[in-house]
Write a protein that binds this ligand. Sequence first.
Ligand code: FHN
Length: 421
Amino acid sequence: MLITLSSKSQLPYTPSSENLKAREWFQDAKFGMFIHWGVYSVLGDGEWVMNNQRIDKQTYQKLPAFFNPVSFDPKEWVALAKAAGMKYITITSKHHDGFAMWDSKLTDWDIVDRTPYKKDALKMLADECKKEGIKLCFYHSHLDWYQENYFPRGNTGQTTGRPDSGDWYKYLDYMDGQLRELLTGYGEIGAIWFDGHWDKKDSDWRLGTTYNMIHSLQPACLVGNNHHLAPFPGEDFQMFEKDLPGQKTTGFNTEQKVGELPFETCETMNNSWGFNLQDKNYKSTKTLIQYLVKAAGYNSNFLLNVGPMPDGRIQPEFITTLNELGKWMEKFGETVYGTRGGPVTPRSWGVTTRKGTRVFVHILNPEDNNLLIPDFGKKVKSVSVFDTGAKLKFKQDAFGIAVSVPAEILDETDTVLVIET
Ligand code: FHN
């Protein structure tokens, strides 16, 4: 009899103490770099190019020969992440095209066996991250447009020319085997960030087995899954794609429920995840800082994406913005790192974060010279401007705190006040 252990996903999950500690670290870290990089970058048309251009497997297999990222320098990537104020990196180990960006022993559909580059990019990055104290996490696609055993197929990847047969549980064994490689050969892994479950969400994904394996290999490794639903047992954080927790602006997450786990929201710097030559819709530094601050106000991390070019470099437009973000974080990071959201829920004018006895008020969209902050049950000792220390006049009563915010202190991006309680 075939026992799939799928029922394990229904078992209650008790995270280990290492895992709980890692969740705290994660929430304190607040800001990470997302990296979508694979052979698709050669075509400069995003990571969905195989599906979108209806490229069959035979044809797609020509791509790795053009992928020779001789300018890939993990030192530069990690230094850039650090300069931007990011504390972890989440890189695509495998995206939906199934191509492994490490030297997998379970397939030759990988960077070492198929590209002229022949080097294990993930190992190079893992070594540099370790040296520089940046946590490395892997984005890993459940969905696979290349493997024949990914069958019955889901909603996507119908035109990649695979036979109409395959052994689903063999595919899951393969996926678990690849994850085992990543969790045993690349040092401490901060998180596995799953994606693609939505392609066939009613299938038996045997998530319980996979999650148990991850936690037994590395108890502190956080498991997150971008399935756009409520968290499943065995998950350690919940992600929201291009949306703040609870918001439903993208259409992916209409069924998503906000759970109790640490949160993360991810966003692109233009409109693409993988390198897209023609996408010039660059978000401004202000927009991205405000997104980061809002995320913190919603008690969420922010994972900001770059899609490196096929030669291994990150495009200059992204570098400029990331450095600007880093400058802002140097000055205001204290009001973001190590904080938790609230105590006042997000408002039309901005958000609040808190740390110890201090509440940081982030005015992102000034509405009035008198800021009315609803009561949050603490006696206020003082209100001051974060960067200058200047004290502001305020009045506290049963309804809340009214703070006088002179026009001259307003900052276009974020005016940060500190409430001492
Ligand atoms: O299909 C992917 C997409 O390519 C990208 O990886 C994003 C990142 O959140 N997630 C999926 C769509 O939900």
